[in-house]
Design a protein around this ligand. Structure first.
Ligand SMILES: Nc1nc2c(ncn2[C@@H]2O[C@H](COP(=O)(O)OP(=O)(O)OP(=O)(O)O)[C@@H](O)[C@H]2O)c(=O)[nH]1
Ligand SMILES: [Mg+2]
Length: 381
């Protein structure tokens, strides 16, 4: 067989995901070419195909755009090499892109330790290392073991049997799992907002369990956005604290902080609007940017006595004494996570998967089963 017809491959030897190091095994003539084109040795290194076996070569790997990444390359046999570099996600991806451009294909034959059932199972194995909570790992493990692949097979079978009603029902159910399923990888965003001095940073600290943010009796203490990761009913959640709102007395820095809070709110899954219940100066009127988003209203400082001006359905709490704080957290969890997802059932967790399903749903709504089947087959990683 001519050398140019030999399949050239790369395989990632280290686990997928963020790590200190990434190592690949490269094989085939395109691997030799990629090394010739991208590797710049500390000392002149000549044709990689001629390198002595097992001799370590230090140098840099030229990435697209001209940036360089420190690497070590070792020739381990005829047209066979090991490449070791830093394990940052972006770097590893950029290195793989150069290999693909040079004509190497990823060798993703399944590892017996991680049996691949179908395309979404393969994707789940890849995504598992990025998951941060045991609940989400359980959900993704079920997909790695084929829960979503089997559900898609069921849709395909219903289409084959011309049972559009059944196919539609299954597709709708899968799409319905996405709003929560996407948070297996993507944390919820819970933003604390409200008038200055209401106790936002105190609540932020209480939920984190340590004094992350400065709190003070002086309004206008917090300026920048502060973020911290917590777990909410098994799902990752980013808590965001920021500048409190006030008109008078705020300086330029504080106003910049307030603008940040308003911008961030557009991405919040839930806004907790917190007021100081003993404060007779701020209003019960919610700003438009809060009303637009899902929100819960909270009256803090119940220990100081709460004025009658606050709406009866706003939750009463005291961050100082802890009164109502657990109930508030439960309300947050119920609003965001609800009952959660079934432990073993199929879950759609990536936007590209949801898009394919939505296209299939549209095709089904026009009665085009063949097109729906094609859209479903596009769910490939
Ligand atoms: N009595 C009482 N005081 C509280 C309570 N929660 C917070 N405080 C106090 O209220 C003051 C303001 O608290 P912060 O947490 O800094 O308020 P904030 O909303 O972050 O304020 P800004 O960052 O200025 O917007 C501090 O002195 C807190 O100790 C509470 O439940 N009861
Ligand atoms: Mg604050």
């Amino acid at each position: 067989m001519p050398v140019s017809d030999v399949r050239s491959t790369f395989v990632l030897l280290t686990p997928v995901g963020r790590a200190a190091l990434a190592s690949w095994r490269l094989e085939g003539p395109a691997a030799t070419r990629a090394i010739g084109d991208h590797f710049e040795g500390r000392s002149p290194s000549g044709d990689p195909a001629e390198w002595p076996v097992d001799r370590v070569k230090f140098g840099a790997w030229r990435l697209a755009g001209g940036t360089r990444e420190e690497v070590i390359v070792v020739r381990v046999g005829p047209h066979a090499y090991e490449l070791h570099g830093h394990g940052g996600l972006a770097v590893a991806r950029a290195v793989q892109e150069t290999l693909e451009k040079a004509g190497c294909v990823e060798d993703d034959s399944s590892d017996p330790a991680f049996p691949v059932v179908g395309p979404t199972s393969r994707q789940a194995w890849r995504d598992l290392p990025s998951v941060t909570t045991p609940t989400c790992a359980g959900i993704l493990l079920a997909q790695a073991k084929g829960a979503l692949d089997r559900a898609l097979d069921e849709v395909a079978a219903a289409l084959d049997a011309s049972d559009q009603g059944r196919a539609n029902e299954l597709v709708n159910r899968l799409i319905a799992s996405f709003p929560l399923g996407r948070h297996v990888l993507e944390p919820f965003c819970l933003q604390l907002a409200g008038p200055a001095n209401a106790g936002k940073s105190s609540l932020f600290n209480r939920w984190l369990g340590y004094e992350r943010a400065i709190t003070h009796g002086e309004p206008g203490t917090t300026r920048d956005l502060l973020e911290a990761e917590v777990v909410c009913r098994g799902f990752p959640l980013t808590l965001v604290d920021g500048a409190g709102l006030r008109d008078s007395g705020s300086d330029r820095l504080e106003r910049a902080g307030i603008r940040r809070v308003m911008r961030q709110a557009e991405h919040a899954d839930l806004i907790l609007w917190i007021v100081d219940g003993s404060d007779s100066t701020s209003t019960a009127e919610l700003p438009e940017w809060v009303r637009r988003r899902p929100h819960l209203c909270v009256v803090n400082k119940a220990d100081l006595g709460i004025l009658s001006r606050w709406p009866a359905d706003w939750m009463r709490v005291s961050v100082r004494t802890g009164m109502g704080i657990e109930t508030l957290w439960r309300r947050v969890a119920e609003t965001l996570v609800g009952e959660g997802l079934p432990a073993e059932g199929p879950v759609v967790w990536r936007r590209d998967q949801e898009e394919c399903l939505k296209k299939a749903q549209r095709a089904l709504s026009t009665g085009d089963s063949a097109q729906a089947a094609r859209e479903l087959r596009a769910i490939l990683p």
